[in-house]
Design a protein around this ligand. Structure first.
Ligand code: NAD
Length: 264
């Protein structure tokens, strides 16, 4: 059987280690024949990302910090030189000062609000603009969001506000790039134990709560997010753009705690 991603080349941004959601996505894409390039943020993470990338035969593994626009431009120049074009992009990047991922949203500082927005939201716009230039025949782009964008999750605070802006950006970008056949979608993942996830106060409590009350009575894995990303990045979803696809064991549809779970 022909592989879904045979002949497609894409850039994976946001692997920190083998627990990263971006890594789950990369594995699913590579298993279907995709050629991958990876980025890493700084030398310390580079030491972890390089061997992972090599295990999937990645041709390019490059540094990129989205706060440094020079490194973003250098990245896309390197991709253009090596491949000439791009078929897909994965944006799995988020950051906020963990001192503000606890307590009240009202206490967010101006400095951290701006930094969180630039890294977790505006980077997506800057990356899409550059990626779309390398996709003259069309392509597919996916970002990662969380349900704290539309409903209040304790301690998620400014990240929830950034995810709301990211989701709105995703829709505007889908509209901007739709005419050239570039699709832009988001996956809203349920809580997963990752480096970024660990920065949120009482993350374990949120994890356990969703495990007990989601319709599937469990949380999701990076491989399950990978499967959904494979669909969105492949031609299987050729008619889909501007969508938020939930991979959260159905937690987003629940309005009340599950009575059976309250008894345990
Ligand atoms: P992770 O820590 O493995 O990945 C976060 C990545 O963001 C890291 O690779 C880090 O290097 C990168 N990053 C942060 N600042 C950066 C910068 N300035 N420049 C370049 N890269 C930068 O954690 P993850 O949970 O896999 O996070 C990936 C995405 O998934 C994030 O957008 C996160 O908000 C989102 N998400 C996570 C969960 C969860 O529960 N873990 C749920 C829904 C959505």
């Amino acid at each position: 059987m022909q592989q879904l991603m045979q002949g497609k080349r894409g850039l994976i941004m946001g692997v920190a280690n083998d627990h990263s959601i971006a890594w789950g996505i990369a594995k699913a894409l590579a298993a279907q024949g995709a050629e991958l390039a990876f980025t890493y943020q700084g030398d310390a993470l580079g030491k972890r990302v390089k061997p992972l990338a090599q295990s999937l035969n990645a041709e390019l593994v490059l540094p990129c910090d989205v706060e440094d626009i020079g490194s973003v431009d250098a990245l896309f120049e390197a991709v253009r030189e090596k491949w000439g074009g791009l078929d897909f992009l994965v944006h799995a990047i988020g950051f906020s000062d963990k001192n503000e991922l606890k307590g009240r949203y009202a206490d967010t500082t101006r400095e951290n609000f701006s930094r969180t927005m630039v890294i977790s939201c505006f980077s997506f716009t800057e990356l899409c603009k550059r990626a779309a230039l390398l996709m003259p025949q069309g392509g597919s782009i996916v970002t990662l969001t969380y349900g704290g964008s539309t409903r209040v999750m304790p301690n998620y605070n400014v990240m929830g506000v950034a995810k709301a802006a990211l989701e709105a950006s995703m829709r505007y970008l889908a509209s901007d790039f739709g005419p050239q056949g570039v699709r832009v979608n988001a996956i809203s993942a349920g809580p997963i134990r990752t480096l970024a996830g660990a920065g949120i106060a009482d993350a374990r409590q949120m994890f356990n709560y969703q495990q007990r009350h989601a319709p599937l009575r469990r949380t999701v894995t990076i491989d399950e997010v990978g499967g959904s990303a494979l669909y969105l990045l492949s031609d299987l979803s050729s008619g889909v753009t501007g969508e938020i696809h939930f991979v959260d064991s159905g937690y987003n549809i629940i309005s009340m705690p599950q009575p059976d779970a309250l008894k345990t």
